[in-house]
Design a protein around this ligand. Structure first.
Ligand code: HEC
Length: 133
């Protein structure tokens, strides 16, 4: 019995991780490389390129607060991907859908239901979740 319990505990972190689709450490790295220039290293909208930018890069640490306390996962994923939107226009958020292509993962977004995105975008969402105000 004791051996069984030890075995079970050893595996628990593995099972716990299976629930979390995105990897915040990878997300932090991706954000630092591809988003921080505009949104700032801490996602507060104060990156070195943000000066005088119109529209200004928003403070992404407020996204949950602005959405009744829950990070609007589907909306953010769509915004990062952007292949179906207008933000390819000059001055807005770049289109990252092709760039962040990768294995497709399913994210559960509470009442908004499940949606599919790619692993790099899931990682970014996981990191953004850790920096909410
Ligand atoms: C060239 C500057 C620039 C880069 C690089 C950039 N963004 Fe943005 N982002 C913006 C601007 C400007 C806006 C506001 C205007 C718009 O939505 O197009 C914005 C808006 C957003 C929004 C919508 C926020 C809201 O209030 O709904 C999200 C989410 C976002 N960016 C995430 C990211 C992520 C994640 C990355 C990196 C993969 C990134 N951005 C890279 C400039 C940038």
């Amino acid at each position: 019995m004791r051996v069984f319990l030890v075995f079970l505990f050893c595996w628990m972190p593995v099972f716990a991780k299976a629930d979390t689709v995105g990897d915040p450490e990878s997300g932090a790295r991706l954000f630092g490389l591809h988003c921080a220039a505009c949104h700032g290293p801490g996602a507060r909208g104060d990156g070195p390129l943000s000066d005088g930018m119109t529209p200004a890069p928003p403070d992404l640490t407020l996204l949950a607060k602005q959405n009744h306390g829950a990070l609007p996962l589907t909306g953010i994923a769509t915004r990062i991907d952007s292949r179906n939107s207008q933000n390819s226009q000059h001055g807005g958020m770049p289109v990252y859908g092709w760039f962040f292509d990768g294995p497709v993962v399913t994210i559960s977004s509470g009442t908004a239901g499940d949606f599919e995105t790619t692993q790099p975008i899931a990682d970014l969402l996981a990191w953004l979740g850790t920096v909410q105000d």
